[in-house]
Each structure stands twice: as structure tokens, then as C-alpha cells.
Design a protein around this ligand. Structure first.
Ligand code: BGC
Length: 743
């Protein structure tokens, strides 16, 4: 009581600007490290142990006696998850937690627009502030190794450079509001099947060149305050306390000074958690629904058991103090940051960000005979087909599931846009997929049950298609189990629910067929040649229908580019070609070994290596206008180790409407001591141009863009010799090659 009173007095003095007696840790003008030192001297062993593990499903305690508030986390990464009960996954039923759903991160990556990524993070941070959250469990940057990964939609694609460029501004935007990012899932969580028991085996080169760069960028460029350790194992140790990944690489090589948070239930051992660098433990045993026991927080690996080991003299407080210092640093950055941004929720600005990201991220994959945009001057009747035109996508998929203030469905978006032009919009179901709409107690309230036989649904759609000027099918996946959802991968590459048969039948009935694929993953498209227009529509959140309608009608000119390779068949993907998916069970242990035998040859890096032809290449995406790239030059042809080299290209919009193009630069190392992929993305720039307008785009790269990770030396190396800069508008449309030499 006395101490509490003292604190109040200190705080009152601070309000009046009287700082003489203010304890150092409460003095804003002092450097954070000094404030941490001061606080450390005031903490008991109990205090220290208390703040490094959860007290509820999503929170950990502060220290009331010293005025340190509780710390609240929440998912992540596409909006602020509805509150759940203290000790269960079930939603708490609050009435103030309906949020804006921003587009899934695959869509954000497809914008190739880092400024938008900043706006996304900022808007999300403001929503989190409104909801009293101090840390958002995201963004996710696990590499798209296989299109079967159920969680690819939460990540930023297959390329380490693109993911790095997109994740850093998200983190900065989010943290500019005083809300911590928790970049996940560190690392090698590239599949959901057996996610708790999969041990990943891969080369150091693949680890450093493919799977780690985006995490490194989030930490070093983004300045992330939190990282979440993944469920899976690497070198036989779970990743949330993996000494190599966490201590050696993250905290050692990269100098990360934030907290390593366990994924929920990712810790399994006190000793390993102590020495392996885990700073905050969440989710152990407290499921309360299907395993474990409720209110088990004192029994956490880093709770009572840890305290007792220290009291018994088995550990000093050396590791504990490091964890606590990190947690206190996190507090000073968030809960104790008196300059935090204000919170806003569901305001127009946030919806604008959601809409803009969706519009810029939608990818026009194919547009034969310029079927798109829908010609509103001539069309009388448009037929919309498919369950995904009427199904809410913000509920489901796992921990990223949301409770939204609104979600505009594709059919509604198209109706409200086309009916303005007196165009009749008709609808046919076409197929029945997943009619449920519930996640942890949040329900969509939609009744999607349709008991008609599949053939009846196809017949109805085909007969209506004959009468329509355009047919727009909204198909794809839907975030139900095995259809892009957490904790389970997809079971096959093909579209579910007989959609191929539906699309093939519709292609025969109407020549103006448009297929909009709703998913976070590529899917097989055996009918590609017979469908003139194909659009990748992602899971795009609250403004979905509005964004899709604006692109289909041409109010917005698409400029999204694929953040992954769209394989023609699963076997073209290195992970499946080399045949080790989803791993091999050890005979007498509950561990699955999965070897990344394709090594560096992930995505487009494997396309040339394996001599395959994707349906759509990494970086591909069309526009309703055209662009030309001319006058491609370099400012030098030879550079010294410390130099940089600048390329310039004149980009002209040669069509008759405004649009955006993304200039992509890939590097080829002509000859290297270690084998390298034939090209790697090292820079890009997106430019917006009016019809007829030109702009000189310059792109500068340095030595890091020429380097590879030499596993013999354990360092990045740029070898002197010849390189080629390949410039163009997708990984397979590189129209200019400029040779240069590193001295
Ligand atoms: C997921 C995390 C998520 C956490 C909390 C885990 O199952 O893997 O991504 O942040 O749950 O919901």
C-alpha cells in the first residue's frame, strides 16, 4: 500500500513537471536502457518470473506495485482478432471488437508497394490501440515453399527480397503507433501438417539465402520489437528456443534486442526454454477446450518450475535477467510509452487502406481478347457464379480469423456497381463448398446450405450463362480445413468441389468467361486455355466486393504482380519434385523429418533449374494499359567492392489509360564458385503513369545484391567477376540485359 502511494506521488509530480524525485524508470527523458537498469534493481525474483509468461490466453502480467500495466497481445496479421475468453479460445462476445479486415498478406505482397505496406501496418496499429492491444501477432513471412501450405495466405510469397521489402514497412507502420510487431513464425514453418513435430533439414545456404532474409529485414530494417518462435523443429530442437536460430542468429548475428515469444503452446521444456533464448511463454496447456487444463499459468515452463530451479541453485539469474530486460524494453516501447498514437477503429481511413491494398494487389493473370474490363456500355446482363461470390471469407482459416464490422461480398460489390449502369446481375450457385461459417464462436450468420445435386447446379449455371453477356465465376478455396487454413495443408493442387467441371462447362457456354480465384495459393487450372480472363482475387477482407468490382469493371486498373510462381502442376514445384513432402516419420519417435532437398531452388529459382513452364510466372501481372521499357542504361560497367551501380530505364505508358507498372531487376552471377540460381530478384520499383506519360526510373544496387551465402566461410560473399542485370516486368519477361563487372 505504501509503495503504491509512493508511486502515485511520483506520477503526480511528473504531471507537474517536477522530476527531481521521479524514479529513473518513470522518467521519460532518460534513455530506455538506464530506465531498465533502474527497474531491474526494484524487481524481486517473483516479479521477474511473472512477466515472462502468460496470465491468460493473450496477456501477460505487468507489475502493479511499480505501475507497469499488463501486456496484451492479439492476432494478427490482417486485423485485430476479437477478444477471446480469459482462458479459452472461444470469443468473449464483446460488442466493441468488430474490426476492419485488411487484405491477407499475399495480397499485400502482390502490390509490390512498400508505402502501402507502411499504411497497412499503421492502420492496423491504430485499430490495435483502440482495442487496447500492445502487440500484434504478425506479420508472417514464412516462405511459400509449396502451394499446399495451408497458411501461405498469411505470408508474403516465395521470394526473400520481395518479402523483405514488404515486411519492413509493415513493421514500421505498426510500431509507429506504439504497438509491437511479433514477426512469425521464426523459422522454417513452411507447412502446417504435423507443425508441432516436424524437424526441418536444410542446407545453411538455403536457410540464409531463402528462409531467413525476410525475418532479418523485419528485425534490422523494420526494427521489430517481437519475433514469434515457430512450432516446428530445426536440428531436433523446437524453434521457440532453438539455440542456433534464436541465440546465435537472431540475437547474435542480427543483434535483435526485442522479445522472442513462443508460438501458442510451442514450448515443451523448461531447461531448453531457459537456455534457448525464449523470452515470453504463451499458450502452454491452457487450451481448456481440447487438451491441457485451465488456468495452468503457474505451471508454465518459465513459471514456477523455473523459479524453483533458481531457488535450488540449479540456475543463476543470468538467463532470467536477459529475458526480463528484453521484456522491460518491450514495456518501455509500448505500455510505458507515453507518446503512443491514438487508437481508431473502423474509420474511413482504415477502409481506404484496405480498399487500396486490395485494388493494387488483385492480379490480372490472363486477359485474352481484352475481355476485361467488363464493357458497361454494351453489356445488358452479367451472370455471377460460384459460392465464393456469396461467402464471407473473414471468418475461418485459423488464428487470423476476424469479426468484421462489414465485409462486402463479391456479388454485392458487382451488383451495386453494375446496377448503376442498368445492367442486370444474375446469380447461379455453380457448386457447393463449405457452408459453415463459424470460428471460435464468431459466426457469419449466413445460411449457405443448398441441397441440389452438383450436376443440377452446373446445369443451372450453364443455362443462365447462355443468356449473359459476361459470366464471372468466383471460385477457388475458402479457408475451411485443407482449403487454406491453419493446422492443415491442402491435400491436392486441384480446385475442390468439382469446380473444374463447372468452369469447363461454362467456357463452352459463354465466350466472355472470367474466372476470379479466391485463395492465398496457386491452384491447378487445366482449363486455362479455354477461359479468356483469369484474375487472382486473394482473401481481401472488408472491402472485397468493392475492390473486385472496381477492377473487373475497370474503375481501378489492376497492377498486382504475383508474389509466387504459379506452377502448372504440383510436380513442377521443387518441394514436390524432390519428393519429401510432408516428411518422413521416425520409426519410434513422434517426429517427422522433412528435408528441403530442392535447396535454393524455390519458386522461380527452380523454374529454369527444373526446366518447367509455370502457368504464370513470379512477378507476372497484366494491366488494362501497356508499358514500354526503353533506354535501359547503367551508370558504370565496372564497380569496386564498396561502390553501387545505378540502372535507369525509361518507362512509358503506351496505352490510353492511367496505370502502374513494376520494374523488376534480377541479377545473374555469370560464374561463381558455388552454384547459384540463374537469376534472383534484387530490386524493384512501381511507377504510376498517366496515358502517354514517361518516367525515367532509376534503381541502385550495392554489393549485397551480388552476394551469396558461402556456407564454408559462414558469410555473405560477392565474388569478383561478371554479372548481368536483367530488367523487365516479370521473372520471365526480362527484356534488357546489362552486363557489368565487380572488381
Ligand atoms: C498460431 C499463431 C497465432 C497463435 C495465437 C497459433 O496457433 O500458429 O500464428 O498467433 O496461435 O493465436
Amino acid at each position: 500500500m505504501k509503495k503504491f502511494f509512493t508511486l502515485l506521488v511520483f506520477q503526480a509530480l511528473m504531471c507537474f513537471g517536477i522530476s527531481a524525485q521521479t524514479p529513473v524508470y518513470l522518467d521519460d527523458s532518460k534513455p530506455i536502457e538506464m530506465r531498465i537498469d533502474d527497474l531491474m534493481s526494484r524487481l524481486t525474483l517473483e516479479d521477474k518470473v511473472a512477466i515472462i509468461h502468460a496470465q491468460s490466453k493473450f496477456s501477460s502480467p505487468g507489475i502493479k506495485r511499480l505501475g507497469l500495466p499488463d501486456f496484451w497481445t492479439d492476432d494478427g496479421p490482417h486485423g485485430v482478432r476479437p477478444d477471446v475468453l480469459w482462458d479459452q479460445w472461444e470469443q468473449a462476445g464483446q460488442t466493441n471488437d468488430s474490426c476492419v479486415a485488411f487484405p491477407a498478406l499475399t495480397c499485400l505482397a502482390a502490390t509490390w508497394n512498400p508505402q502501402l505496406s507502411y499504411s497497412y501496418g499503421r492502420a492496423l496499429g491504430e485499430e490495435a490501440r483502440y482495442r487496447g492491444k500492445d502487440m500484434i501477432l504478425g506479420p508472417g513471412v514464412n516462405i511459400y515453399r509449396t502451394p499446399l501450405n495451408g497458411r501461405n495466405f498469411e505470408y508474403m510469397g516465395e521470394d526473400p527480397y520481395l518479402a523483405s521489402m514488404m515486411v519492413a514497412p509493415y513493421v514500421q507502420g505498426l510500431q509507429s503507433t506504439g504497438v509491437a510487431a511479433c514477426v512469425k513464425h521464426f523459422a522454417l514453418n513452411n507447412h502446417e501438417t504435423n507443425r508441432h513435430t516436424t524437424n526441418i533439414i536444410l542446407s545453411d545456404r538455403a536457410l540464409y539465402e531463402i528462409y531467413l532474409p525476410a525475418f532479418k529485414a523485419a528485425v534490422q530494417q523494420g526494427g521489430a520489437w517481437g519475433v514469434m518462435g515457430a512450432y516446428n523443429l530445426y536440428k531436433n530442437v523446437h524453434n521457440c528456443y532453438n539455440p542456433i536460430l534464436v541465440n546465435q542468429i537472431l540475437k547474435g548475428e542480427w543483434g535483435f534486442d526485442g522479445v522472442l515469444v513462443s508460438d501458442w503452446g510451442g514450448a515443451h521444456d523448461t531447461h531448453q526454454a531457459i537456455i534457448g533464448g525464449l523470452d515470453m511463454e504463451f499458450g502452454s496447456w491452457t487450451n481448456g477446450l481440447d487438451h491441457g487444463y485451465p488456468n495452468a499459468y503457474d505451471s508454465y515452463y518459465l513459471a514456477q518450475p523455473y523459479k524453483e530451479l533458481i531457488q535450488a541453485g540449479r540456475y543463476t539469474t543470468r538467463e532470467l535477467d536477459d529475458k526480463v530486460r528484453r521484456v522491460l524494453r518491450l514495456f518501455f516501447r509500448t505500455t510505458l510509452n507515453s507518446h503512443r498514437a491514438q487508437g481508431f477503429m473502423c474509420n474511413d481511413e482504415h477502409y481506404d487502406v484496405a480498399l487500396k491494398v486490395a485494388q493494387e494487389g488483385i492480379v490480372l493473370l490472363q486477359n485474352k481478347n481484352n475481355v476485361l474490363p467488363i464493357n458497361t456500355a454494351n453489356a445488358r446482363r452479367v451472370l455471377v457464379v460460384g459460392e465464393n461470390a456469396i461467402k464471407m471469407m473473414t471468418v475461418g482459416g485459423g488464428s487470423s480469423s476476424l469479426k468484421v464490422q462489414h465485409e462486402i461480398l463479391p456479388l454485392d460489390g458487382l451488383k451495386s456497381r453494375l446496377e448503376k449502369e442498368n445492367i442486370i446481375v444474375d446469380y447461379a450457385r455453380g457448386y457447393v463448398g463449405d457452408t459453415t461459417g463459424n470460428y471460435n464462436g464468431v459466426t457469419t450468420g449466413q445460411n449457405l446450405v443448398d441441397l441440389r445435386a452438383p450436376q443440377q447446379l452446373i446445369d443451372e449455371a450453364v443455362s443462365k450463362a447462355h443468356e449473359a453477356d459476361y459470366v464471372v465465376v468466383f471460385g477457388g478455396l475458402n479457408k475451411s480445413m485443407h482449403q487454406d487454413a491453419e493446422d492443415g495443408d491442402r491435400l491436392s493442387y486441384g480446385l475442390p468441389y468439382d469446380q473444374d467441371r463447372l468452369v469447363t462447362a461454362l467456357a463452352q457456354a459463354n465466350k466472355n468467361l472470367i474466372f476470379v480465384n479466391i485463395s492465398g495459393n496457386a491452384v491447378a487450372m487445366p482449363w486455362k486455355e479455354s477461359v479468356p480472363a483469369i484474375v487472382q482475387g486473394w482473401f481481401i477482407g472488408s472491402e472485397a466486393g468493392k475492390a473486385l468490382a472496381s477492377v473487373l469493371v475497370g474503375d481501378a486498373n489492376p497492377s498486382g504482380k504475383l508474389p509466387f510462381t504459379w506452377y502448372a502442376q504440383l510436380e513442377d514445384c521443387g518441394a514436390h519434385r524432390m519428393g519429401n513432402f510432408p516428411g518422413t516419420k521416425r520409426p519410434d519417435e513422434d517426429v517427422f523429418d522433412i528435408e528441403y532437398q530442392e535447396g535454393l531452388y524455390v519458386g522461380y529459382r527452380g523454374v529454369e533449374k527444373f526446366k518447367t513452364r509455370p502457368l504464370f510466372a513470379f512477378g507476372h501481372g497484366l494491366s488494362y494499359t501497356q508499358f514500354s521499357l526503353t533506354d535501359v542504361k547503367a551508370d558504370k560497367h565496372e564497380l569496386a567492392a564498396t561502390d553501387s551501380i545505378t540502372f535507369s530505364v525509361k518507362v512509358t505508358n503506351t496505352g490510353n489509360r492511367e496505370g502502374a507498372e513494376t520494374i523488376q531487376l534480377y541479377i545473374t552471377d555469370v560464374k561463381s564458385s558455388l552454384e547459384r540460381p540463374s537469376k534472383e530478384l534484387k530490386a524493384f520499383k512501381k511507377v504510376q503513369l498517366k496515358a502517354g506519360e514517361s518516367q525515367n526510373v532509376t534503381i541502385t544496387i550495392g554489393r549485397d545484391a551480388l552476394s551469396y551465402f558461402d556456407d564454408r566461410l559462414h558469410q555473405w560473399v560477392a565474388e569478383p567477376g561478371d554479372f548481368i542485370a536483367r530488367i523487365g516486368t516479370s521473372s520471365e519477361k526480362l527484356t534488357s540485359n546489362i552486363k557489368f563487372r565487380l572488381k
